[in-house]
Design a protein around this ligand. Structure first.
Ligand code: ADP
Ligand code: ZN
Length: 214
């Protein structure tokens, strides 16, 4: 299956994408994860990424499109994929559409996780991330089984640098302005699965699965 999962920051798309990737046996491709890895190297691109991400701004479309295209051209994407965090602008969605035509792939569904802004803010302030495998946890709603350690790889968990209150507000307004219009973009293409995201993790997964089976 060829899928996109979208939603505001903190809507749980990374968590759901990981579950779907495992259940459907397709790669989980997260632009945020790719960027966070690339940020670790202190070269020119790494520094550009760091600047944008830590301010809550988007990475420029040209860089983003290029990085994602390189990933989607790999062989493991032939059986499908779940894209998480990309596209985030109309220009990215148009670029993706052309790339998919070139590769001979067709999108099956676009999952939109619908969550209210005030829930997002409280979720992000409780979020913990595993830098090793990319899993995220939430102190209140989805805590790790043992304190401070990743359930999957046992690495220690940390707070994401861009999950501070100030950056979160900026990320939400960037979402409203640049990414939200994609909901209608994909609705018009008859691809949208709109899912209530302010429910527990298993409930949201079930709702997604039901929509994918349609
Ligand atoms: P979240 O959805 O929780 O905010 P992500 O891990 O998806 O977090 O993304 C973190 C940051 O990486 C974003 O705030 C943005 O700066 C950058 N980023 C990720 N994906 C994209 C994209 N498709 N286009 C531009 N910037 C992106
Ligand atoms: Zn981990």
């Amino acid at each position: 299956m060829f899928l996109i999962i979208m939603g505001p920051p903190g809507s749980g798309k990374g968590t759901q994408a990981k579950i779907l990737a495992r259940d459907l046996q397709i790669p989980h491709i997260s632009s945020g994860d790719i960027f966070r890895q690339a940020m670790e190297t202190n070269d020119e691109i790494g520094n550009k990424l760091q600047k944008a991400i830590n301010k809550g701004q988007l990475v420029p479309d040209e860089i983003t499109n290029e990085i994602v295209a390189r990933r989607l051209m790999k062989d493991d994407c032939k059986k499908g994929f779940i894209l998480d965090g990309y596209p985030r602008t109309i220009a990215q969605a148009d670029a993706l559409e052309m790339l998919l035509v070139d590769l001979g792939y067709k999108l099956d569904k676009v999952i939109n996780l619908d969550v209210d802004a005030n829930i997002i803010i409280s979720r992000l302030s409780q979020r913990l991330l595993c830098k090793n495998c990319g899993a995220s946890f939430n102190l209140k709603t989805n805590p790790p089984k043992s304190e401070g350690a990743c359930d999957y790889c046992k690495s220690s968990l940390s707070v994401r640098e861009d999950d501070n209150d100030k950056t979160v507000v900026d990320r939400i307004s960037v979402y409203e302005e640049k990414t939200k219009p994609l909901i209608n973009y994909y609705k018009n293409k008859d691809l949208l699965c709109n899912i209530k995201g302010d429910v527990d993790v298993t409930k949201a997964t079930k709702a997604i699965m039901t929509c994918l089976e349609r």
